[in-house]
Ligand binder design. Structure first.
Ligand code: MG
Length: 221
């Protein structure tokens, strides 16, 4: 019976996600749902990405920042000078479509081309909850171990892109990029992958170029 109840919850969430998708499409917004474990570098990647997007001036970004309790990440994002709203899940382990629906009206969507949704730090629960995003991006840092994609394949299966973060630290770890990529491809042969350091900026250009092309291809504005 538990399984049935969970399915009902997910189906109800999917219906709301579809409404969000239509709202975003109406305003020509492409939304990326960023998913990764706590401390994998989601906010740092986002900060660096926002700075680069603002410099390049091809896309106008916006952010929905998910957090368990605090507004620390939202403050970091707001400091980048982009429209941002925050969702506190009050301890909940993932964002859901209803939470996104509740804040979409707080953003001037016509002025946004790409909307980043930083999910709650968690590799498991966020994979099940569609938000109405255009695509999911899974993050794994070199300090977490290269077997993460083998142990948590679902998010890599459902993601369109995966990013190996904190490459500046790789020499201090046993992380093998080849192994991580092999596990990712086993989960999802079509996964687009990036290895970068948001701290040094190395590899960021490739990611941002892919993102710009993706948004141009999908966005309606
Ligand atoms: Mg964060």
């Amino acid at each position: 019976m538990r399984v049935k109840v969970f399915q009902d919850i997910l189906e109800a969430n999917d219906r709301l996600a579809e409404m969000n998708r239509k709202t975003l499409a109406k305003h020509g917004v492409v939304a990326a749902n960023l998913i990764g474990a706590p401390g994998c570098g989601k906010t740092t990647l986002l900060e660096r990405t926002l700075v680069m997007l603002l410099e390049r001036a091809n896309l106008r970004p916006g952010v929905i920042e998910g957090d368990l309790e605090t507004s620390r990440d939202a403050e970091r994002i707001a400091a980048c000078g982009v429209p941002a709203v925050q969702i506190n899940t009050q301890g909940g382990c993932h964002l859901d479509a209803a939470m996104i629906q509740a804040v979409l009206g707080d953003l001037a969507l016509d002025g946004i081309d790409v909307l980043f949704i930083e999910n709650v730090g968690n590799l498991v629960c966020p994979a099940d909850y569609n938000l109405g995003e255009s695509f999911k991006v899974a993050l794994v840092s070199v300090t977490e171990g290269d077997d993460k994609p083998a142990k948590y394949p679902v998010i890599f299966r459902r993601a369109e892109a995966a990013i190996i973060t904190k490459m500046d630290l790789i020499e201090h770890t046993d992380f093998s990029v080849d192994m991580a990529l092999r596990y990712m491809r086993a989960a999802n042969p079509n996964l687009k992958s990036f290895a970068l350091s948001a701290k040094t900026g190395h590899g960021m250009e490739t990611w941002v170029e892919w993102l710009e092309k993706k948004v141009r291809d999908q966005g309606a504005k």
